[in-house]
Ligand binder design. Sequence first.
Ligand code: SF4
Length: 167
Amino acid sequence: MSRTVRIVDIVDGTAVDGPGLRTSIYTAGCAHCCPECHNRHTWPFDSGRDMTVQELLEQVERNGFNVTFSGGDPMYQAAALAPLAAEIRSRGYNVWCYTGFTFEELARMPEATEFMRHIDVLVDGPFIASRRRDGLHFRGSDNQRILDLPASLAAGHAVELARYAGM
Ligand code: SF4
């Protein structure tokens, strides 16, 4: 638990990054460079500050909310985040994660695949401004999918979470 993660921000109790109030952890670094990205300040991999996995775990426990990883793109720090996500879930919280990669791309990356084993829901794919539309739940453009990760990993292909499919 002494590993560090580069963190840009933590929001204690947000309602926009998944259902219910959540602790949202925004990691540093993104190379997807989606046009019209709202989080450009998170693109540099040296932005923010280092936090240990233990410090992050303590903040999650203090808040008592389910957890979302966003960024930046958390998948660039998958090796450090996998044991944190595993510990968070073992304490009864569910874990969502946003990424600019697709599930199919991540499934070819060993560290990302290990991280995915400890995530409940993955919102995948880049933000595409021309595919933004009103009424989307928890995502910016309609190419992004809200995936049931345990079901996706078991099936070997992306499985959308039924309650958000088409929303
Ligand atoms: S993946 Fe997210 S943080 Fe990265 S450029 Fe795209 S919208 Fe911005």
